[in-house]
Design a protein around this ligand. Structure first.
Ligand SMILES: NC(=O)c1ccc[n+]([C@@H]2O[C@H](COP(=O)([O-])OP(=O)(O)OC[C@H]3O[C@@H](n4cnc5c(N)ncnc54)[C@H](OP(=O)(O)O)[C@@H]3O)[C@@H](O)[C@H]2O)c1
Length: 247
């Protein structure tokens, strides 16, 4: 049933070349969905991913853009639609994850995080809704939307605001679009950190272990496939959101 929903569709995955975005692109392709891989710096990885998706028998394209620029957000949607000939699904995956405790907060730090993590998904949604008759949108959030992280104050604010936008957009764009969120717990350590980082820095995980990247991708695909679910946020976090306030 899911495969029928996405077979022959085209999805744009922001920050799709590497890490979680790469897994989402593969999971969409496994459902027969073509993928437009958005990247900024990971050009080689985007090219390699497109080759891997072609090898699976689905179409794949690349688009480059800086999501900190509003003009790039509008161009990306247009370019994705033109290259692929259609656009059915938008996965807002790209983000920055900067350490920024209270003493480091500046207008520049806030602006970077908000432009990329919040303004870009909102603008992409708005432009997608402007060119497509119907569609599915999934926003990558973070289990920290149910907590506080005083080491990453701007990051957490952007994800909490994006969770609210997810619900607003679900209502504003119904019945043409569904808009949902996936809130992962610890999946991959930040670039440059080893897997042991997750054990020491990821906090308590009630179910005991970090989340497999494929599980996040499967949740995204499920939400992108469903014609009846909108305004939902699925935590894929080993139960961390149940612990509430702490980091
Ligand atoms: N990793 C985790 O454990 C975890 C946990 C909770 C939530 N999440 C959320 O899940 C999503 C994916 O996580 P991730 O760790 O895979 O992400 P990531 O590796 O930190 O970032 C994904 C991509 O975002 C792109 N990006 C960043 N700034 C950009 C800009 N200005 N313009 C265009 N693209 C930009 C980069 O693409 P290029 O490389 O092409 O430049 C980057 O590779 C994020 O939204 C994150 O907040 C992740």
């Amino acid at each position: 049933m899911q495969r029928q929903q996405l077979d022959g569709c085209v999805a744009l995955v922001t920050g799709g070349a590497v890490r979680i975005g790469n897994a989402i692109a593969h999971a969409l392709a496994d459902e027969g969905c073509g993928v437009v891989v958005h990247y900024r710096n990971s050009a080689k990885e985007a090219e390699a991913l497109c080759r891997a998706l072609h090898a699976k028998g689905v179409e794949a394209w690349r688009v480059r853009g800086n999501l900190a620029r509003a003009s790039d957000c509008e161009r990306l949607i247009q370019e994705a639609g033109e290259k692929a000939g259609r656009l059915d699904v938008l996965i807002n995956n790209a983000a920055v994850f900067n350490a920024c405790p209270m003493g480091d907060i500046s207008s520049g730090a806030l602006e970077e995080e908000f432009r990329i993590n919040l303004f870009a998904p909102i603008l992409l949604t708005r432009h997608f809704a402007g060119i497509a008759k119907t569609g599915r949108i999934v926003n990558l959030l973070d289990r920290r939307i149910a907590a506080h992280d005083t080491m990453r104050i701007p990051y957490v604010l952007t994800k909490k605001a994006l969770a609210e936008f997810t619900r607003s957009a679900a209502l504003a764009l119904a019945p043409r679009f569904t808009v949902n969120g996936v809130a992962p717990g610890p999946v991959l350590p930040p670039p440059g950190k080893s897997r042991s980082y997750l054990k020491t820095r990821a906090g308590t995980i009630p179910l005991g272990s970090p989340v497999a990247v494929d599980e996040v991708a499967r949740a995204v695909v499920y939400l992108a496939s469903s014609p009846s679910i909108t305004g939902q946020i699925v935590f894929v976090d080993g139960g961390q959101h149940l612990l509430g306030e702490g980091v």
